[in-house]
Design a protein around this ligand. Structure first.
Ligand code: SF4
Length: 205
């Protein structure tokens, strides 16, 4: 475990998420919009949106209809627009317009689940949370780092086995590894940094 993360750190000491945002609020909105969509697709839409609405107050002033126009290219945009307006209202009414700092409070916002809360807590507030998306799920299972049948099982398993010093960046190292190296269909085992440590019987090296 330690060896794997030391290699990830050496190759990329300060990994960054790929969802563009300006502050905790725009990060929260970007994550809500990213469900079943690619980060690149979300970024294309949010660049113009966040230029006019980077706070809950400005999002409400923009209104649901105009918001829909900005995010029309993203899947499920109608539901997502409704959620973004509702979560902005709730941020203002219950949290003085600020994104809260606990998982339970973030999960109470419309459209935000555990994964959203973990991403926001990690990227906006530096908490040692670990969001399990499809890439992290695949990498954890294939390598044997933390096998599990559900994202929650994998999340709890990873939290248990990853040394604390790597937890802040673990989420991004694993996502980037899954997105660019340990690909779903054709993993690039020949260039994989941890191919000697990986326990997947079907690895190709
Ligand atoms: S060796 Fe292959 S299967 Fe294992 S982590 Fe690397 S890319 Fe993924």
């Amino acid at each position: 475990m330690r060896e794997a993360f030391e290699r990830f750190r050496k190759a990329n000491p300060e990994p960054k998420g790929e969802l563009e945002h300006l502050n905790p609020y725009t990060l929260l909105v970007a994550v809500v919009l990213s469900a079943q969509a690619t980060d690149a697709g979300v970024n294309k839409a949010t660049r113009a949106l966040f230029a006019v609405a980077d706070t809950p107050q400005k999002m409400l002033a923009l209104g649901e209809e105009e918001l829909r126009d900005y995010i029309r290219t993203i899947g499920l945009y109608r539901t997502k627009a409704r959620n973004v307006i509702a979560l902005s209202e709730k941020l203002i009414s219950d949290f003085a317009g600020q994104v809260p700092r606990t998982r339970a409070e973030i999960e109470s916002l419309p459209g935000a689940g555990r994964k959203t809360a973990n991403v926001v807590l990690n990227m906006a507030y530096g908490e040692h949370t670990l969001a399990v998306d499809t890439h992290v799920f695949r990498v954890a299972n294939r390598t044997g780092l933390a096998p599990g049948k559900t994202p929650l099982e994998v999340e709890l398993g990873l939290e248990k086995v990853i040394p604390a010093e790597f937890m802040l960046h673990a989420h991004h190292w694993l996502i980037l590894h899954g997105r660019y190296t340990c690909l779903a269909r054709k993993p690039r085992c020949e260039v994989c940094l941890i191919n000697d440590l990986c326990r997947w019987p079907e690895k190709t090296v």
